[in-house]
Design a protein around this ligand. Structure first.
Ligand code: TYD
Length: 207
């Protein structure tokens, strides 16, 4: 496959969406063909699985949760990610397999190996060329409005301890994987953006 596969990872509320928007603007302005997509989601079936996964109506066991994320991922890879990479495009995905490792593997306690096993057939070696980890402790990014925490979905609604484990999981997988670049966000989002562009250029992902 001739395209480049870039993923963005990090805890909730760390400014991932803003950075994805800024990267999209940059790639458009510099005429680099790219698609932006997200997980869980990106196809009709995967978006339906997303609603199931994020709805607080259901009680979902860690193992079934891991299978559902992998199911959504399998459809997303087959219909969106692989075809775009084959066309030679840059694919930028908001969350991917590393989210499953951090959330289901570390925070839910399934473990790294089990999550990889559940995902093996779905992913079928379609791994990112580069993963941007927005490195911010969730204790610093806990979203507040009028002094109240805003609860958006079943997973975001988990305890502070759960989100701390997600963060520790990310730190551990980012530390010993050369595909990762870690970015500590600054208060100035444009400075963070420039840093991301520089790192992605150094990795040969964009020009
Ligand atoms: P979303 O609203 O997209 O989160 P964010 O805006 O923070 O990226 O919701 C996705 C949620 O699903 C988020 O809490 C992370 C979680 N998740 C997993 O637990 N495992 C996974 O494999 C993926 C892709 C996401």
């Amino acid at each position: 496959m001739s395209g480049k596969f870039i993923t963005f990872e990090g805890c909730e509320g760390v400014g991932k969406s803003t950075q994805l928007r800024l990267l999209k603007d940059y790639l458009e302005k510099t005429s680099q063909p790219a698609i932006f997509t997200r997980e869980p989601g990106g196809t009709e079936v995967a978006e339906a699985v997303r609603s199931l996964l994020l709805s607080s109506v259901y009680k979902i066991s860690p193992m079934v949760e891991a299978y559902l994320f992998a199911t959504a991922r399998a459809d997303h890879i087959a219909r969106v990610i692989k075809p775009a990479l084959e066309r030679g495009e840059i694919v930028v995905c908001d969350r991917y397999l590393d989210s499953s490792i951090a959330y289901q593997g570390y925070a839910r306690g399934l473990g790294y190996d089990k999550v990889l096993e559940v995902n093996a057939a779905a992913v079928n070696r379609c791994l990112p060329d580069c993963t941007v980890f927005i490195d911010m402790d969730p204790a610093m990014s806990w979203r507040k409005q009028n002094g109240k925490h805003i609860i958006n979905d079943r997973i975001e609604n988990e305890s502070k301890e759960f989100h701390s484990k997600v963060y520790e999981g990310y730190k551990s997988i980012a530390a010993d994987n050369p595909r990762f670049v870690s970015v500590v966000p600054s208060a100035d989002k444009l400075e963070t953006h420039r840093n991301i562009i520089k790192l992605l250029k150094e990795k040969g992902m964009i020009s």
